[in-house]
Ligand binder design. Structure first.
Ligand SMILES: Cc1cc2nc3c(=O)[nH]c(=O)nc-3n(C[C@H](O)[C@H](O)[C@H](O)COP(=O)(O)OP(=O)(O)OC[C@H]3O[C@@H](n4cnc5c(N)ncnc54)[C@H](O)[C@@H]3O)c2cc1C
Length: 420
């Protein structure tokens, strides 16, 4: 038997295990998946936890529940990959040889990368919502909030789900208004970008919305340190922003095992071909999800589209057929804007988010780059779709890995998408 090993049983690894078990010849290939954590987190749900909309039961389920029969599941910490020997070394237990390897170890927050962030204010006045523990602690902090200066902050790009901090700011505006605390709260959005978002057209639309909601924006803020004594964040060019409550998105990095394996860049992300998802350094290694160094978004929807392409390419690879350069950077993301409304963004390497309808031209039912109630219901329905359809690799009609331009209003400048 040949062996295919998947590193990481999060969103991307679990989808691959389900797809490949259906697609690969069972008598010839043993599939093994490895993860250190027995809990599967629905990370998009972390956004809603601070506001009491979701709780633990919405966002955590046992990982094993989603690993199909016929796939071997090993709970272990990956120490490193010895790519020359086609071998994975685990913290405990023997090494694991592979014929094909899929890296799906994701990205994580690294608050210790910013001087002072984990100092005296950490989890007292400084919180994140990108981890389960952070989102749960922030729920309590918001519960105790009586007003003051609330700063929503992003350390540096790239981060998972780039719209999430904006969504947090919009939801905070709504939540504070509902509780009569908005007039007692100064809301600030502090970003390392020169606008609200990574893509110019969406940035313009979302920038206006921040203004309408009286959320002040501080741009080009490259954080140097957090000063817990004075409750301020300080940039490298010595600007300061004071906070009573800081909701930050710490630096996001790939897993340290990638650095130990000599496969990671300075942020531990793995060099990946942007269209085939093959490692740039080893023919029998493939990468998907947040672990890649690709200029696509770090999002579950991207992992889903990549999984479609990668399944085909793994099957091509075992048949000795050429890989297909089919991944176009497609990303699809609901952006919650408060008061029961949301935006929807659909874009790829070559096209920025633009206005239009999705998934069906003219019919929708979702509207692109416009705030609607149906988009909000789509965002909430995504949780059910994630647990019941996406992870289990059940086909999703109308939504394919290749981004469609049908139904989109495309101004010429939208085609010059930046790749960051
Ligand atoms: C607050 C927030 C909101 C988000 N909102 C959205 C959204 O609205 N829409 C959307 O599409 N996406 C959203 N995302 C992003 C989405 O959750 C991720 O892009 C997606 O989960 C990536 O999947 P992945 O498999 O690459 O990584 P993960 O799902 O993080 O899985 C990685 C797995 O690898 C394991 N692992 C890592 N290192 C090791 C090791 N050394 N040993 C053993 N196991 C290891 C981890 O335990 C983990 O299970 C959001 C994320 C956050 C944090």
């Amino acid at each position: 038997m040949k062996r295919l090993v998947i590193l990481g049983a999060g969103t991307a690894g679990t989808m691959m295990a389900n797809r490949l078990r259906k697609g690969m010849p069972a008598g010839e290939w043993q599939i093994t998946i490895i993860d250190q954590d027995r809990r599967h987190y629905y990370q998009p749900g972390f956004l809603f936890m601070p506001f009491g909309i979701y709780s633990e039961k919405d966002v955590i389920k046992p990982k094993r529940q989603f690993i199909p029969q016929g796939v071997e599941y090993a709970e272990a910490e990956i120490e490193r990959i010895d790519a020359e020997q086609n071998r994975v070394l685990l913290r405990s237990g023997g090494p694991l040889d592979y014929d094909l390897l899929i890296i799906a170890t994701g990205a994580k927050t690294a608050p210790d990368q910013t001087e002072g962030m984990t100092g005296a204010d950490w989890r007292k006045r400084v919180f994140d919502f990108y981890t389960f523990d952070g989102a749960a602690a922030l729920h309590q902090a918001l519960h105790d909030w009586n007003g003051g200066r609330l700063v929503v902050h992003v350390c540096e790009m790239p981060i998972k789900c780039a719209p999430a901090p904006l969504e947090f700011a919009f939801l905070a505006d709504w939540w504070l208004t509902e509780r009569g605390l908005r007039d007692k709260t100064e809301l600030l959005y502090v970003t390392p970008l020169s606008g609200a978002f990574t893509k110019p057209i969406a940035s313009h639309v979302l920038g206006h919305l921040l203004e309408e909601k009286r959320i002040s924006v501080v741009t080009d803020f490259s954080i140097g340190s957090v000063d817990s004594d004075r409750h301020k964040i300080v940039s490298w060019d010595e600007r300061e922003v004071g906070y009573d409550l800081l909701v930050t998105v710490p630096t996001n990095i790939g897993d340290a095992a990638m650095a130990r394996s000599g496969l990671g860049d300075e942020s531990n992300f793995v060099a990946t071909d942007r269209h085939t998802l093959q490692s740039k350094n080893y023919e029998n290694i493939f990468v998907l999800g947040d672990a890649t160094d690709l200029p696509s978004s770090k999002a579950g929807s991207v992992a889903h589209f990549e999984a479609e392409v990668l399944t085909q390419n793994i099957l091509h690879s075992i048949q000795g057929a050429p890989l297909q350069p089919d991944f176009d950077g497609h990303s699809n993301c609901f952006l919650e804007s408060g008061y029961g409304k949301a935006f929807l963004l659909d874009f790829n390497y070559d096209l920025q988010p633009v206005k239009g309808t999705f998934p069906f031209p003219f019919v929708g039912p979702f509207s692109l780059l416009r705030e609607t109630r149906i988009n909000h219901w789509g965002k909430l329905a995504f949780k059910w779709i994630y647990w019941n359809i996406l992870l289990k690799a059940v086909p999703l009609p109308g939504i394919g890995h290749r981004m469609s331009r049908a139904g989109k209003q495309i101004p010429p400048e939208a085609l010059k998408a930046p790749t960051a």
